[in-house]
Design a protein. Structure first.
Length: 184
């Protein structure tokens, strides 16, 4: 059914992967995992549409300095419909652009939060400053090293090096003093 609805897409890898997934896994396991994937996608899309529509209505009302609307629910539903139509258009026509944005977003999340999760899990006494610096370095460096093939790995390793260096500096220099402040 998805091939019938989206048969004009240039990139059919997603649908081929789904077909392979269904053919290779036992029926009930394939059904449960596909249902979980679709549920996660639907939940995310629903939340994004609701928050975007509410924000659009609130921002328009604030920009035009209008009093609270009597039919705010109706205006929100219209905004949801318009945003859903626009996002469906972009999803069907511009799949490469959307995939690229989502991929960079997840690269940024992984490069910034992954090292911090490892640090907090493996270190006996994790400090807040190395965690903060790693989030900043991992997230920002993801966008500066996009032209490299292994940009996620570069950003991830940069965040880990930031944690190692800043943690060792804090341990050696600042924690021997009484006024450690944020470094504790």
């Amino acid at each position: 059914m998805s091939k019938l609805a989206c048969g004009n897409l240039k990139n059919k890898d997603f649908y081929q992967n789904m077909r392979i997934h269904v053919e290779l896994m036992p029926g009930i396991l394939a059904g449960v995992t596909l249902a979980a994937i679709i549920a996660a996608i639907s939940s995310t899309a629903d939340s994004q549409l609701l928050s975007a529509a509410t924000t659009v209505i609130r921002d328009i009302r604030a920009a035009l300095k209008l009093p609270p609307l009597k039919n705010e629910l109706l205006f929100t539903r219209v905004a949801i419909f318009l945003l859903a139509t626009l996002s469906t258009y972009f999803a069907l026509r511009q799949t490469r652009v959307i995939f690229k944005f989502v991929l960079y977003a997840f690269f940024g999340l992984g490069a910034s939060l992954g090292p911090v999760i490892l640090y907090c899990t493996l270190c006996k006494n994790p400090r807040p400053l190395p965690s903060l610096l790693a989030v900043i370095v991992g997230g920002v460096s993801t966008f500066f090293v996009q032209s490299f093939t292994l940009h996620f790995l570069i950003s991830f390793c940069g965040a880990i090096l930031t944690i190692i260096i800043s943690h060792s500096i804090i341990e050696r220099c600042f924690l021997n003093h009484e006024d450690a402040g944020i470094f504790e």
